[in-house]
Every structure is written in C-alpha cells, then in structure tokens.
Design a protein around this ligand. Structure first.
Ligand SMILES: [Zn+2]
Length: 237
C-alpha cells in the first residue's frame, strides 16, 4: 500500500502542479477578456476629454480673436510721425525714403508708379467704409472684402500704400492691375525696399488687392504687422 501511495503521489504531484499553472493562465486570460472592454472604454473616454478640451480652447481662441470681418485692428499713427509726399499722400516717416527711392528706381527702368492712397485717418476710413457701402448696397461683410472697417485698416498706420500704373490708370484699385508693368516690377523688386503685398489671393475674408502694399522696413512697422504676419505663417502651415 505504501508503495502504491508513493507511486500515486509521484504521478499526482506533477499533474496537480500543471493544473495549477493552467488555472493561473486561465484566470489571467479571463481577467484580460473582462478588462479589455473597460480599457477600450477608458481610452475612448480620454479621447473624448481631449477632443472636448481642444474644442473649448478653440472656442476661447475664437472668442478672443481681435479681428472684425477678417480685418485686424490697427492704431492710428501719430500726426507728428507722418510726412508729406505729394498732394493727398502722407505716409509714415519711417517708410517715406524707401517709398520714394522705389518709385525713382522703377522710373529709371521705364516703369511709372503712381501713389493712389497712403495714410488714411480712422475718420476718413469710416466715411469710405460706410458711404461706399450704402452706395453699392452691400452688407458690412460684403463691404469688408474690399475695404477695411474704421480702426481696422493698414492705411491708418501710415505704413500702407496703394500703387497704380501711370500708363494704365483704368486698372487703379482693380485686380487687372496685376497685368501691368508696374505690378510685375513691384513683384520683382518691392521686397528690396521692404514692401510686401498685404492681401494675396485666396484670403478667406479679404479680396485680393495687388495694388495694396505695406512697409516692413523698421522695427515699429514690424511690430504693427506682427499679428498679421504670424497669422499668415499659421495659415501657410
Ligand atoms: Zn489699400
């Protein structure tokens, strides 16, 4: 009997141990099967939270967006910082020399630039925005595509200039200006004088204005247009 028991024990023990390992595996698997949906649900919840947080941030950013109808706000330049260029054209003193040498150099190459509009007071911008709006029977949003609301025009800073071609005056303030020698010359050379096209093609809110250039050749001008440039970089990304 003793011998039989010993044999049984010798057989039983390894079998019992194997069962024990299998049980552990089974329990582990059961736990995994039970926990999997919970884990999936947990990650789903985290995803939802991140998404809603992103929406809240976006909402807050949109609410703090300083733009009106796509235009950024600009302060009016101090009168003492303006210089006279020619009748009806005043610009910021920082950009006057650069602007005049640009016109002079263009002329040497047979291109005659005409200055159509420089500094505009917020008061004048108000008259332009509202009078033309009523004449053309446009609502504010439609009007804002072609003209900035008062307090939101680059012209108020003294750093913006509208340019035409002396030989093609019918293209003044028209998209067709882009087919003139003046525009082609500006496209090739304006950057050398620190001028940049403000409203390019495919702007979401504002129409393309090939005649409208802004000056970025001084620290003050760069500060004025910092937000506009940051938005452009973001939009490009
Ligand atoms: Zn303009």
């Amino acid at each position: 009997m003793e011998q039989t028991n010993e044999i049984n024990e010798a057989i039983d023990i390894p079998v019992a141990e194997r069962r024990c390992v299998d049980d552990k595996n089974l329990k582990f698997k059961k736990k995994i099967i039970f926990l999997s949906p919970l884990l999936v649900f947990f990650f789903f919840l985290i995803g939802l939270l991140l998404k809603s947080n992103f929406k809240i941030n976006n909402f807050m950013m949109n609410n703090s967006d300083p733009r009106i109808l796509g235009h950024l706000p600009y302060e009016e330049v101090l009168k003492e910082d303006l210089v006279f260029i020619e009748p009806h054209i005043w610009v910021h003193k920082d950009m006057s020399r650069s602007l005049l040498s640009m016109r002079q150099d263009a002329k040497r190459e047979g291109v005659n630039l005409v200055f159509l509009s420089g500094y505009r007071s917020i008061k004048l911008q108000e008259e332009i925005f509202y009078s033309l709006k009523s004449i053309r029977n446009q609502n504010a949003s439609e009007r804002a595509r072609v003209s900035a609301p008062p307090g939101y025009s680059e012209h108020s800073t003294g750093f913006a200039i509208d340019i035409g071609d002396a030989n093609y005056r019918e293209t003044d303030f028209e998209v067709e200006f882009e087919n003139t020698d003046a525009f082609r010359w500006l496209k090739m050379n304006a950057a050398k004088y620190h001028f940049k096209l403000s409203f390019r093609k495919n702007n979401r809110h504002i129409n393309y204005e090939p005649w409208h250039w802004r000056y970025e050749g001084s620290i003050e001008a760069l500060k004025v247009f910092e937000t506009a440039n940051r938005e452009f970089i973001n939009a490009s990304n």
